[in-house]
Design a protein around this ligand. Structure first.
Ligand code: HSE
Length: 391
């Protein structure tokens, strides 16, 4: 690779502009953004027009470009760009969790076929260096749990909803203005974004390559002040948790809101911060925390990947290569809080053990134990107005 690492950048939104800034303030790492490919011809941009192109091939076919940094939000278009970059002999750095999660197996094949790396530290938990740690530090430790708050937008919303009297719509708007939310915030609030990250971290932690639809997922759109008050009365706060666990040799992965006891370290993670709680056979519990969204924190992970390319770093996917990855199961017990306006909807969940049952005019809830699979197949799970949280 040449002395200067020449970067062709796709996308100049919040993270792209963050990267521009971060690279210009980082001494020592010799990099140069040679060209930036953007879509919107009419948008006002803070750099001279000469930096920009609207033609992808101006970057993809430029022999001077060593690495393509992909920071656009359209996952399908991003995959086409990444594929073409690899086939043209370029390394790729991306923050696009949807693109990585939706094409994980194809990206493995492409890396093998071309010998070029795809690095995506910025795809999961923003500034927390979780992928490379799972890949390198824990390559031989038998991890049996990866639990975390992996979406900054929903954590910001839940923090404000549980700590202030602000409305859901107002705090979502704030999260959008602060640059935390996806262009389509449904991806955040319905838990899709967290499910993509769960899949990516799970592949590196356990070697199991899932498809996005395999990760059972529900978001926070049904949460109400009643739920916040109920959680508080039980000594809990509400978080959207990504949970991957190995039990009896099988993997369970899901994203669901959770009642988290105040004394749990995850309860202390506020606003756009993310956290990952790892559990390993030898390392026991370890807790990572950091900013999970926003231009500069996410750009810091891109920067770290660019620095890693300097020493020809690539993921070895050691846990996948071992060929002993656990298979997925949803037949595991979960303790859950299910609250609805309708007692019938609540009773659609086959609880094996009911700890609390509450009925009033507007709110009915049960706290009890059921199988994850039964919860997933229940009318309550399909009903958008019902709030479900694990405990
Ligand atoms: N929308 C994402 C979040 C951005 O809120 O976590 C970082 O991946």
């Amino acid at each position: 690779m040449a002395t200067t690492l020449n970067i062709g950048l796709f996308g100049f939104g919040c993270v792209g502009q963050g990267l521009w800034d971060v690279l210009h303030r980082t001494k020592g790492l010799q990099t140069e953004i040679t060209r930036i490919c953007v879509k919107d011809r009419n948008k006002l941009r803070p750099l001279g027009a000469g930096m920009f192109t609207f033609e992808q091939n101006d970057i993809l076919e430029d022999p001077k470009v060593d690495v393509v940094v992909e920071l656009i939000d359209d996952a399908d278009a991003a995959f086409t760009i990444v594929k073409s970059a690899l086939l043209n002999g370029k390394a790729v750095v991306t923050a696009n969790k949807k693109m990585v999660a939706s094409n994980f197996a194809e990206l493995l094949e492409l890396q093998q076929a071309t010998g070029r790396p795809v690095l995506y530290e910025a795809s999961s938990c923003g500034s927390i260096p979780i992928i490379r740690n799972l890949e390198e530090y824990y390559d031989n430790d038998m991890l049996d749990g990866v639990q975390g708050i992996v979406n900054g937008t929903t954590n910001y919303i839940l923090t404000k909803l549980t700590e202030t009297t602000a409305s859901y719509d107002d705090v979502l708007r704030e999260a959008q203005q602060l640059g935390f939310a996806e262009s389509d915030p449904t991806l955040d609030v319905e838990g899709y974004d967290a499910a993509f990250k769960t899949l990516i971290m799970g592949a590196h932690a356990f070697g199991t390559v899932l498809r996005p639809g395999d990760v059972i997922r529900r978001g926070i759109t049904a949460v109400s002040s009643f739920d916040a008050v109920t959680a508080k009365a039980h000594g809990h706060t509400i978080k959207l948790l990504s949970q991957s666990r190995i039990r009896d040799g099988h993997l369970t992965s899901y994203v669901l809101p959770a009642f988290v006891p105040y004394q749990d370290p995850l309860a202390t993670v506020r606003n756009e911060y993310n956290a990952v709680l790892l559990h390993g056979a030898f390392s026991d519990a370890q807790f990572f925390v950091g900013k999970g969204a926003g231009g500069h924190p996410t750009a810091s992970a891109v920067l770290s990947d660019l620095a890693a390319l300097r020493y020809a770093y690539k993921y070895e996917y050691k846990k996948i290569e071992q060929g002993t990855a656990p298979s997925l199961t949803t037949r595991v017990p979960v303790r859950a809080y299910v609250r609805s306006h309708s007692a019938d909807v609540v009773s659609s969940v086959p609880f094996s053990d009911v700890e609390v049952e509450y009925k009033s005019g507007a709110n009915h809830y049960v706290i009890g134990t059921t199988l994850l699979e039964s919860l997933y197949r229940s009318e309550a799970f399909a009903d958008k107005r019902t709030f479900i949280a694990t405990l």
